[in-house]
Ligand binder design. Sequence first.
Ligand code: IMP
Length: 474
Amino acid sequence: MVGKADLLSDYVWGDCGKGKVGEMILENGNHTLVIRPNGGDNAGRHEKINGKKVGMHQIPPGFQDHKIDLYIGGGCVTNPISLCEEISDVRNAGIDLEGRLGISSKVTLIQPHQKYLDGVLGGGVGTTGKGIGFAYSDRAKRMHGDKRVDLRVGDYFADRKLAEEIVKYNLAILVNDFPELQDKKGNKIDIDKEWNKFKEAADKLETHLITDPLYVVRRLEAGENALINMANGYFLDLVEGTNPTVTSSRTGSGGGFLGGEVPVKYAGKVYGVAKFPMTRVGHGPFPSELGGNDSYKHCMEDSGYRYVADMEKAAFNVNEFLNAGDYLHLGIALRILGGEYGATTKRPRRVGMPDLVLLKQACLKNGADHLTINKFDCLEHFSRAKWLPGIPIVTGYKLDGKSIDYLPNTNTEIERLETEVEFIPHITEDLTGIRRKEDLPKSVINAVSMMEDYLERKIDCIGVGPENYQYVEL
Ligand code: IMP
């Protein structure tokens, strides 16, 4: 019998704890291949490897299980320098990925000029500054007149002379367009130096190169099961999300099959994950944001780098903020309590109420078979704010006075939305030690049931703490 490819993706704006759900799926299933189908080192999470905390960006979950192979699919863009660092961090923590991590030769390499351009021009979107969007746009552009501008991993190894020409040509244009641009050390851009650094890293990827276009299909045909582990979040999808303040890859479930090199014929179960409270990092509309525009302005100060974790924790009193009686301060307190700071950029994540309109749309559009809501234990943080009549949940939108049950397609319309908020009874219990449905307090059972009624679907699992084992299946 042929194998199946399950798919896991984030249903909001990223950072919903997908890594943890991925580990849960792998623990309970019999997958032997985990595929990353989109994005690059813009995604981020922390993993504990042999007791050591390691920041991860591109290597998919499952890497700690030696029976599982990993594949970075053709839908991705990858920075060879940061990928090599990640591989070596993992090796230093005790796991060698040689022979287990495959990189499709169709993956586009993020070139130095793309990262510089993102630094100079990515501010409008509030990107992670990793060059992701510029790598995807060069991929789409392919050539500038008779000059190639995109460089794929396979092309790099097939013709290094051409690779050098492409990287240096792009850097020369960059230096011409931005003559004052400096590198990290404050020096003018040195094209040879940039190329050598890039080449040194890219060369190391050769042992991971997969040139067989049927690699994934052959394994599925042989009866193996795969997990497609998507990056970023559904509402950051280039087309489906809140364009232009989105990422540059397809983050909706269909994009996972294409980018993972998996024909839809092998589609297995579709898993989705959200978290409460909801968060968003960077620019872009966020209808349920606590404190609305004031929160946005606060989080984006110094391009998002003013209120990083240590700064906020040292400067603000959580208890005072919880009970200040307004949503802006409540949001800041919830961010500190929930540790909502970017794993990749350390920027404060904007914090918002659970939004069931958004979540329902994501479930419907991604075709969710299984839904996990992480950080359910954090709903208790809302309940520490004594002035709130209950936990606020968004259950409706009004656009120009008319009720609608979807997030509109343009940011102009989203900016005009009014949210309808309902309060559900407080959850005051500590859920972090609970593992069985039977042990959940009534407050949680009732909250889940209210949400399921709204979503018109089951919630299959809730996360109740930061560790991978802290979840309850419903
Ligand atoms: P880019 O992906 O670096 O181009 O950034 C585009 C937008 O997507 C920015 O608002 C980023 O903060 C956001 N973004 C990209 N990847 C992630 C992610 O994994 N989690 C959360 N936000 C992300």
